[in-house]
Design a protein around this ligand. Sequence first.
Ligand code: PLP
Length: 379
Amino acid sequence: MRAGADGERRYLDYAASAPPYPEALDAQAEAARRWFGNPSAGHAAGRSAALELRRLKTAFARALDFPDGRVVLMSGATEANNWVIRSVMARFPQGRVLVAADVHASVWQAARLFEARMDVLAPDRTGRVTPAALADALRPDTRLFCCSHAVNETGVVHDVAALSALCARRGVLCHADGAQAVGHVPVRLSELCCEFYVFAAHKFGGPRGCGGVCLRWAGGAGWLAGGEQEDGLRAGTENLPGLAGAAVALGRSLATLPREAERLRALACRLAAAARGADAACRLNGDPAAGLPGLVSLSFAGLDGHALAADLDHQGFEVGTGSACAGSRPAPSRALLAAGLSPEEALGTVRVSMGRLTGEIDVDAVIAALTATVRRHRG
Ligand code: PLP
């Protein structure tokens, strides 16, 4: 692996996966050693694992201000998003699902399984899904509305409190995908009226393969054939060690959240201003001063975002792009098109996402590398 000019590699793709807190990995390993019993088993080892699982869930729910709420563990946000949509659509065979156009692929593709009953709500020109637009888009037979709390591609933070309150008034279930939001922006589930709030531990410094849904709806059913774990909602032995790591990571991120949010937003604004100053065609997506802390999405119309990211990777900077590779040709991101970008702009997008280990020195370095790389690609 080739390093950056000063010999270091710089990880700037926190929105894809954040580096885990060492304490979270320690807690995960300790829990795996201590509570190895299967929580479904009736013997002492199983009973103490079941108790610990309950304790961890209570602590996790409390940290999200969801004191009496139910946490259903799954393998991550992809599975949880699929579970929500499949459960509701199975429960209401004539009902429709309304999906914000900027949701993650796991929400979009799950809703597309019910394409004939799916409606799409576009964000406005600033990337926001407004309550007024939602009110217009809900149909009498809409049963479920799905949105992201924070959009993974643009960093836009939606007003889930207002959107879910409107859903509640209209008798529509609300599903918020909080995979990018938890640990990064304040999440108080007692103030949100959503029936489903999805999380994924690896996005806030916890372990991979641990996520799930904070649930306020009693109508769901499991869709994996198997045991009766999670009250029959999700078969398979619970990932207790993963949750132990997730709880520590959540505690750590919440302890520093206000300070970190301010610091990362300042770094993001600096990067955005420098990139726009260096390239007249650069478009900034979302608002780094108010969005997901540390996320900057930049579109360079006429350039290839994948080629820019690959070049930066070669120089030691690990960043994301705004498009998925479908086969050999990248396809412009649906979320970016929904935010009003042209396909050319969407294909020229680079996403830099910073986190707790990112410092000013990294931002200075990526500004220098990005501006030089863009100039070279233009030339
Ligand atoms: N939802 C959002 C908003 C995401 O950003 C991601 C991951 O990028 C996911 C869902 C999928 O999460 P997981 O990797 O836990 O399945």
